[in-house]
Ligand binder design. Structure first.
Ligand SMILES: [Zn+2]
Length: 73
């Protein structure tokens, strides 16, 4: 497990299929851009069309949760 990624959505490869392309999703790097920062995350995405499993807005929401938790300290 590497610390390279801000967030890792660790899901088994091959179990999820892109609804559009009907090909198995592969774990890949997706970089979210928020407030001028890049947040590299690892999540299953389609090798064909690049569609990630989790919508970017939802993933950004998760990052905001993490940042809020840090601010509370
Ligand atoms: Zn696809």
């Amino acid at each position: 497990m590497s610390n390279k990624y801000h967030e890792i959505f660790d899901l088994t490869e091959g179990e999820l299929v892109c609804g559009k392309c009907q090909v198995p999703l592969e774990n890949g790097e997706v970089t979210l851009h928020y407030m001028g920062n890049d947040f590299p995350i690892l999540m299953p995405k389609c090798p064909s069309c690049g569609q990630s499993l989790i919508p970017e807005e939802l993933a950004v929401g998760k990052i905001l949760e993490v940042e809020r938790a840090l601010e509370d300290k």
